[in-house]
Write a protein that binds this ligand. Sequence first.
Ligand code: AP5
Ligand code: MG
Length: 190
Amino acid sequence: MKYFILFGPPGAGKGTQATAMTEKYNLRHISTGELLRKEIAAGTELGLKAKALIDAGSLVPDEIVEGMIESEFRSARDIAGFLLDGFPRNTAQAEDLDAMLAKAGEEVTATVSLMIPDETIKERIRHRASIEGRADDANDETISNRIATYHEKTEPLIGYYRNSGKYNEIDGLGTIEEVRSKIFGLMDKF
Ligand code: AP5
Ligand code: MG
């Protein structure tokens, strides 16, 4: 099985690019953000717990997202691998993912990191807010906190994956098609 990590700050284009990537390489897309939003929409206890943290632009507890990831791993059939979008998001999650995969004799194949500057993050999220109506896109303070959380908690993973030789960065600026063809150029190697 292949395990690709689609990495990048909020609004970098992870969700946008994921569909074409999963189709071309027969991967299952796992977005922890989308899974959490489904729990919120269904009004589950887990969703209620997550909502306040998501609306504040903070991370939800590791055990919640890791439980979701494990259950997605277990239920997948007839695929070449997984595309993890929005997970891992801090060093503890990256270490737990490595341990989870090692138990099954597997490992992370590669990260595909989409990079855009903070100003572009804000522009893209404001644009999406008018289309998708995501609660965490509606408020400037939430957006700033998501960006701050990214720099503080998630960005250190760049070093983590560089150290294991699994970090691959792509410029996330340019049109959706331009970014997609750069991603395909990279993923064809794996
Ligand atoms: P999550 O849903 O993962 O949100 P995020 O990381 O903030 O990323 P986004 O979904 O906002 O951005 P994206 O990169 O998918 O961009 P998109 O393709 O939509 O997480 C939400 C929350 O859940 C977190 O804040 C946290 O609370 C919680 N959570 C999730 N995972 C967690 C974890 N592992 N641990 C703990 N908590 C977790 O693109 C954005 C916009 O830009 C779109 O409108 C798109 O059309 C446009 N666009 C895309 N590409 C381009 C381009 N090339 N040019 C112009 N526009 C473009
Ligand atoms: Mg997304």
